[in-house]
Design a protein around this ligand. Structure first.
Ligand code: NAI
Ligand code: PYR
Ligand code: MG
Length: 467
């Protein structure tokens, strides 16, 4: 269940109610008081802000219980998550102040004209004389936002701003949200190409499948900067890191396991490809109409590709039938699709990665008695498998070596680098993947990605620490 934190601003009439009464009512309704701030104290009444941790499901109950208490006036309820979004989450800062006319003529006209001309004469100079070398566009059309689905470009913006914050804080990459008001494949491609000159990389985000595959492939082909669909490859890279470590915990070799992947959309296709590349021999891809089977015939080119892989099982059916005996379940689909009965039917020492956001395919508390290793995409449970462990470091590396693309070798190197942050001594069921706050993650990923880019010939620059 999801927890949230709310702040209740209340006025207490001293002759009718005590703070103890308030705290006990909150606790009885299922809330947990975590702090109290006194806003104003008068002779007859006082105003306080009470911060309460509460499960989403009982938030209304807590508020109603407070309202019903005699001597209390509920002035306001604020949700800390919404407060954190007021005015948006990022801003643009100049890299130096403009203090006088002299500065002005340097950073703007007339001085700037000489710099423009220099770039016109040698476009490569854009990397040294503009923001290009450190700036990434986070591009969405709002059609597959987290597991919320097609909520449109405007509603997608908070996620894109969040990604931009993470790029900056974790890897010092300047990222900007671009939320496009079109779902037309050709128009998206055209628009991204048109805005690309100022960017050093394109991070595609939350664009639904199958359009995302063509959009990415075409942009990769037609642009000379790296294009990376985070939901496909970022997710697959982090999943792979988690699987490599989880398999060590359960002591199963990768070529012995049977893996069910539920949800063969953007993330699911890339997850399947990465599992196959890593040596999985028995793979069961399942979407809403059942398994994608070897020998089957599908309209979607990526599903057809899967159907042609020898490691993909040929047995048709849905999750109910196919989960039996699976060593690993990877969900990149929707909330609540994996049942306790499914987990019970898995092989010994089951590994469950329920990665749908914001609600996983199974509630970790429900799965806990039956799983050996459990991971979700969320930050409030152990083992957070989230593409945030990948995209900051992979772009840091790609930008630093000016890679013109992010290839398979760079992705695999990133996966190994993430997995290696957890040492053999530290590794256990509750710690298969490092925290995003572990400083080694971005550094290790960057290093591994640059090394792989140089080796595979996609780096256009050797960073000083590699010379
Ligand atoms: N933890 C992480 O880092 C990440 C998690 N995700 C999560 O994975 C989920 C899917 O994301 P995308 O691949 O970007 O979306 P998508 O829309 O491309 O793919 C979703 C797929 O799930 C399938 N699906 C829907 N209902 C199903 C059912 N009942 N059974 C089986 N399959 C079903 C859809 O047909 C579609 O193929 C979302 O919840 C998203 O939040 C995605 C990327 C990263
Ligand atoms: C984490 C992420 O990118 C998603 O859930 O779509
Ligand atoms: Mg996403």
């Amino acid at each position: 269940m999801a927890n949230t934190s709310i702040i209740l601003r209340v006025e207490l009439a001293h002759d009718q109610v005590t703070f103890g009464d308030v705290a006990s009512v909150i606790s009885q309704a299922g809330g947990d008081v975590t702090s109290i701030d006194v806003i104003r104290v008068g002779k007859e009444s006082s105003v306080r802000d009470i911060t309460v941790d509460v499960q989403d499901s009982v938030e209304a109950q807590v508020v109603d219980a407070i309202k019903a208490l005699k001597g209390i006036t509920l002035i306001n309820v604020s949700d800390r998550t919404f407060l954190a979004h007021l005015g948006g989450k990022i801003s643009v800062q100049p890299s130096m102040p403009i203090k006088n006319r002299d500065d002005l003529s340097r950073v703007y006209t007339p001085g700037v004209a000489r710099v423009c001309t220099a770039i016109h004469e040698n476009p490569k100079k854009a990397y040294s004389l503009t923001i290009k070398r450190n700036t990434v566009a986070v591009v969405t059309d709002g059609t597959a936002v987290l597991g919320l689905g097609d909520i449109g470009p405007q509603a997608a913006a908070p996620v894109m701003e969040g990604k931009a914050m993470l790029f900056k804080q974790l890897a010092d990459v300047d990222a900007f949200p671009i939320c496009l008001d079109t779902t037309d494949t050709e128009e998206i491609i055209r628009t991204v190409k048109a805005i690309s000159p100022v960017f050093g990389g394109i991070n595609l985000e939350d664009i639904s499948s199958p359009r995302c595959f063509e959009i990415e492939a075409r942009l990769e082909e037609e642009l000379d900067i790296p294009v990376f669909h985070d939901d496909q490859h970022g997710t697959a890279v982090v999943m792979m890191a988690g699987i490599l470590n989880a398999l060590k915990v359960v002591d199963k070799p990768i070529d012995s396991i049977r893996v069910v992947v539920n949800g063969i959309g953007a993330a699911g296709v890339s997850v399947c490809k990465m599992l196959l590349a890593a040596g999985v021999q028995r793979l069961v891809p399942v979407d809403r109409d059942g398994a994608i089977v070897r020998g089957g015939s599908y309209d979607q080119p990526m599903w057809q590709w899967l159907a042609e892989q020898p490691q993909v099982e040929a047995v048709p059916g849905g999750l109910d039938q196919l989960i039996a005996g699976a060593d690993v379940f990877i969900g990149v689909s929707r909330a609540g699709l994996l049942k306790v009965e499914h987990v019970k039917a898995m092989a010994k020492d089951p590994i469950v990665f329920a990665l749908a956001n914001p609600q996983p395919e199974i509630d970790p508390e429900l799965a806990a008695p039956y799983v050996r290793v459990m991971a979700t995409g969320r930050s409030d449970y152990p083992n957070q498998i989230n593409n945030v462990l990948c995209f900051p470091g992979i772009f840091r590396g790609a930008l630093d070596c000016r890679a013109h693309r992010i290839n398979e070798a760079m992705k695999l190197a990133a996966a190994r680098a993430i997995a290696s942050v957890v040492s053999e001594e530290e590794l256990n069921e509750l710690y298969i993947i490092p925290s995003i706050f572990n400083d080694h993650v971005v550094q290790n990923v960057r290093h591994a990605v640059i090394e792989a880019a140089i080796k595979t010939g996609v780096a256009n620059r050797i960073p000083p620490d590699f010379r």
